[in-house]
Design a protein around this ligand. Structure first.
Ligand SMILES: [Cu+2]
Length: 330
């Protein structure tokens, strides 16, 4: 058939030129594949999605990612399917250099597009807002004035078996992390040990440049800024070890700025923290540290620059604290 013969009246190509198959077949295929993808995501992939299920905040983030994946899957499949459909049925054959049929608008397509995209955006807005604001939601705090408060008692001493909130100060400096426990005399540790099933409040700060505290298994990330006390909440649900990384480019050894942590039983944690406190009292480390405060001004810490804070292997909490006189060797 020559190209001239296929022209319909008015110069438009005859629909029979390359008649697409029933569009409802496309819709039905999309529905079946979308349903299958959503079921696989929810029942197979969900338990393996990052950041895992180690804490309440990680648990909620995993839930959010699964919901967003289920929301996105039909959209992605729709784009892919229509792309394949268009490639097969709307493709110009060799030697066919005619223009495509002019299009003057299609109310059904336009209405479906506007309604569909509006519903998706409104759903994401509502879901995201609820998950961010509702207590124990995906927002773990992560600010100087968090938008929700953690339930639990704020106490001067932390006791296992109660609902006491454990306070942990996270201190970033080039290029290491250290942790202080104000409910245990302000003792300092280079490892982040935590009790299970306990509400935890992190107070995150820095001694020099901007860092970011990121124990990703815990589902917590908070900027560590000098002179700022950034708060983040979580409650560990499982025991186990985890890694802390810096997530803000902070200098040449940024990539090596890691430390380790362990979630342990409440009794084991109490024994560890008390043991570190006793050792640091005995060997003078505690007296050498600045008094506990929510932030520290490095220019007025008298201990800075004095080589008295290398406590490797002595306290049970090896590491370097506040001491540029002890350069950290990654
Ligand atoms: Cu850093």
């Amino acid at each position: 058939m020559s190209s001239a013969e296929s022209l319909a009246p008015g110069g438009r190509h005859a629909a029979a030129d390359r008649e697409p198959p029933n569009v409802w077949l496309l819709v039905a295929t999309w529905l079946v594949l979308s349903l299958a993808a959503c079921l696989v995501i929810w029942f197979v992939w969900y338990p393996h999605l990052p950041p895992g299920d180690m804490t309440t905040s990680a648990h909620h983030q995993q839930f959010d990612i699964a919901v967003l994946a289920v929301t996105a899957a039909p959209v992605v499949l729709g784009v892919w399917l229509y792309f394949a459909y268009a490639l097969v049925f709307f493709r110009a054959r060799a030697g066919d250099d005619r223009d495509g049929a002019p299009i003057y608008g299609n109310t059904k397509v336009q209405a479906t597009w506007i309604i569909g995209t509006s519903m998706i955006v409104l759903w994401l807005f509502a879901f995201g807002t609820v998950e961010l604001i509702v207590p124990a939601g995906a927002g773990a705090g992560e600010g100087a004035s968090p938008i929700w408060k953690q339930s639990g008692a704020t106490t001067a001493v932390w006791t296992p078996g109660t609902n006491d909130i454990l306070q942990v100060q996270v201190i970033g400096q080039q290029w290491t992390w250290s942790y202080r426990y104000p409910q245990f005399g302000g003792m300092a540790s280079a490892v982040l040990d935590l009790p299970v099933n306990t509400p935890i409040t992190f107070h995150v700060t820095s001694l020099d440049v901007i860092h970011s505290f990121w124990p990703y298994y815990l589902g917590v990330k908070a900027d560590a800024n000098p002179q700022v006390d950034n708060v983040a909440y979580t409650t560990a649900k499982q025991t186990g070890s985890f890694i802390v990384r810096c997530n803000e480019l902070c200098g040449i050894w940024h990539g090596a700025m890691t430390s380790n942590g362990t979630v342990m039983s409440q009794v084991a944690f109490k024994a560890w923290a008390t043991g570190v406190l006793v050792k640091e009292k005995a060997n003078g480390t505690l007296a050498a540290l600045p008094p506990f405060a929510l932030t520290y001004d490095p220019t007025v810490i008298p201990q800075l620059g004095k080589d008295l804070v290398n406590v490797v292997g002595v306290t049970g909490a090896p590491g370097y604290f506040y001491g540029p006189g002890n350069p950290v060797t990654p």
